[in-house]
Design a binder for this molecule. Structure first.
Ligand code: SAM
Length: 183
């Protein structure tokens, strides 16, 4: 079985976008307890690294790092463990909310922006980025920003995602590369 319900969400996304197969390198941001990585491995991925603040039970052949992704040392460490640039960066990270609407909102957006900054720094041209986001304030601007760096950007609500939750998944495919024109 899977370690998380979230596994069904990435399964649906993968059924549609075919992210996972043997030979693709994957980074899984906020992997605990490991459901998304389990799905990736089950579907043929052998080169995968994940990071979380929380400890994660081993999931061979995945490399697992327990660290804060926003620590500047984290990105280089992930790439070192992976052994090269990723084809796919997936992020299910969400900050612990404190109940203060504006603070929570800023932290959510900050974490997504950090994941995007990392993805556009390390992805191979043609690569894919998937991230959990939340409907409403900020997400439209995030999508607009992604569209300048990726050929196609979709906003997906998987069936496995509770209909009463505002979470959505941004799926950006066809990374244009680091020398993307300003237009
Ligand atoms: N996709 C996972 C799965 O299928 O098992 C579930 C991920 S869970 C919804 C979100 C995770 O993001 C939590 O485990 C949390 O610890 C992690 N997280 C939040 N902020 C983080 C940060 N700054 N660095 C690393 N992980 C973080």
């Amino acid at each position: 079985g899977y370690r998380s319900r979230a596994a069904f969400k990435i399964s649906e996304i993968d059924d549609r976008f075919h992210l996972f197969r043997k030979g693709v390198r994957v980074v899984d941001l906020g992997l605990a307890p490991g459901g998304w990585t389990q799905v990736a491995i089950q579907r043929g991925v052998t080169d995968i690294v994940g990071v979380d603040l929380l400890p994660v039970e081993p999931l061979p052949p995945a490399h697992i790092l327990q660290m804060d992704f926003t620590d500047p040392a984290c990105g280089p460490k992930l790439i070192e463990l992976l052994g090269g640039p990723p084809d796919v960066v997936i992020s299910d990270m969400a900050p612990n909310t404190i109940g203060h609407r504006e603070t929570d909102h800023l932290r959510i957006v900050g974490l997504i922006e950090a994941a995007i900054d990392f993805a556009v720094e390390v992805l191979k041209p043609g690569g894919t980025f998937v991230a959990k986001a939340f409907q409403g304030g900020g997400t439209d601007q995030i999508i607009a920003g992604l569209k300048t760096r990726f050929k196609d950007v979709r906003n997906i609500k998987p069936k496995a995602s509770r209909q009463d939750s505002s979470e959505v998944f941004l799926v950006a495919t066809g990374f244009k590369g680091r020398a993307a024109p300003a237009s």
